[in-house]
Ligand binder design. Structure first.
Ligand code: ADP
Ligand code: MG
Length: 285
């Protein structure tokens, strides 16, 4: 089971004065169960990329495969694909539209052909998974806070029980507590249900903490693809792309420049703590 792009190019408004080459010859493969982060400056092509994974956008050239099948071949069911590959858009709260929260989350499973009862069961489970309190289930989505709306939108995709969950900047604009709760929950689902997670994020701290692989987009091209340590080792080049490494990377480099044998490849606070204690001769913890 995997998602694969082969030489995918996407051009907005081809042949007009507004022509934009949003993706340029992108090839990559994501095996089932991987937790992948996608980073890149605004306009680098992240959202365009995510919409190719579930067939919302069709490549100008190149091929998209899901489980080794070309999703744009004659007779391929994009509807079925979208129930396996769930996409939570950037600012998904703009897509809530039903009268109450539970009905909104039921929309996907009902569309999959489940009965009203099964759909409600799926919706309740998904809402509990994203940490929305039961007292809000019958509220209008429009009465909720920003963070709650975001949870409802994520639940709407989870309720379809996708094999692949794609989240385009799911925590943008949320406070740190809401952000951590949502990402912890997603990390938990990834572990428990072995779903593939593709997380587009601006936060290097979030990316460093959760993902096992990072794709870096730059001006429509895949610039780097590797483990967080491999990718953040290129922090000077990332800066040239308008990105940065996690704050802790800079601290570790500064410590080393000042003579402490700190491990400059540490990318989380926990790793940094252990490395600093070791360098100070105090062992692990
Ligand atoms: P990101 O998500 O990394 O910010 P996008 O995929 O949204 O990047 O955009 C990639 C490029 O495509 C940018 O240059 C952007 O201006 C352009 N673009 C995005 N959406 C559209 C659109 N609907 N019409 C024309 N150009 C677009
Ligand atoms: Mg975007």
């Amino acid at each position: 089971m995997s998602l694969k792009l082969e030489h995918v190019t996407y051009t907005y408004n081809p042949g007009s004065a507004y022509e934009t080459h949003a993706l340029k010859d992108v090839s990559l493969e994501i095996p089932q169960g991987q937790f992948v982060g996608v980073i890149g400056h605004t306009g680098s092509g992240k959202s365009t990329l995510t919409q190719h994974f579930n067939g919302l956008m069709r490549p100008t050239s190149g091929t998209v495969y899901y489980n080794d099948e070309d999703i744009w071949q004659e007779g391929y069911s994009l509807k079925r694909l979208r129930s396996h590959v769930g996409l939570v858009f950037q600012y998904p709260e703009h897509q809530l539209f039903e009268a109450d929260v539970l009905s909104d989350v039921c929309f996907g499973p009902k569309n999959q052909g489940l009965s009203q009862e099964e759909a409600r069961e799926r919706a309740r489970t998904a809402l509990i998974q994203v940490g929305l309190k039961e007292k809000y289930f019958s509220s209008s989505p429009f009465e909720l806070s920003g963070g709650q709306k975001r949870r409802v939108a994520i639940a709407g995709v989870l309720a379809m029980e996708p094999d692949v969950l794609i989240l385009d900047e799911p925590t943008a604009g949320l406070d740190p507590k809401g952000r951590d709760e949502i990402l912890d929950q997603i990390a938990y689902l990834h572990q428990e249900r072995k779903i593939t997670v593709i997380l587009v994020s601006h936060s290097m701290e979030d990316i460093a903490r959760y993902v096992e692989r990072i794709l870096v987009m730059n001006q429509g091209e895949k610039a780097f693809d590797g483990t967080p340590k491999e990718v953040f080792a290129h922090y000077k080049e990332l800066e040239a792309m308008g990105l940065a490494a996690p704050q802790i990377t800079y601290i570790m480099h500064a410590l080393r420049e000042n003579g402490l044998a700190a491990d400059t490849s540490a990318i989380t606070v926990e790793e940094a703590r252990d490395s600093i204690l070791k360098a100070l001769g105090r062992g692990e913890k």
